[in-house]
Design a protein around this ligand. Structure first.
Ligand code: SF4
Length: 75
């Protein structure tokens, strides 16, 4: 049996759920400034960043930080 995935409660308040997901996963060389600007206004930024660091999310902007910035934070 495949386990059911349950999204954390904070995700229901995610501001990024209201915009195009691709904004948060820019191609290499593209700016992530728009995503970071949205994150700064998001009520769950701290929870999102903690989640991404804990789960070592390898791509995209989470909690206002790029994957590279999150790696530095967890080192
Ligand atoms: S902090 Fe950014 S990536 Fe995280 S839930 Fe909010 S808008 Fe989405």
């Amino acid at each position: 049996m495949i386990p059911k995935l349950v999204a954390p409660q904070w995700m229901s308040d995610a501001l990024c759920a209201q915009v195009d997901t691709e904004t948060f996963f820019p191609e290499q060389g593209e700016s992530n400034r728009v995503a970071k600007r949205i994150c700064r206004r998001c009520d769950v930024q701290a929870e999102c960043l903690a989640y991404a660091v804990k789960h070592r999310m390898p791509y995209g902007v989470w909690g206002g930080k790029s994957a590279r910035e999150r790696l530095r934070r967890s080192a």
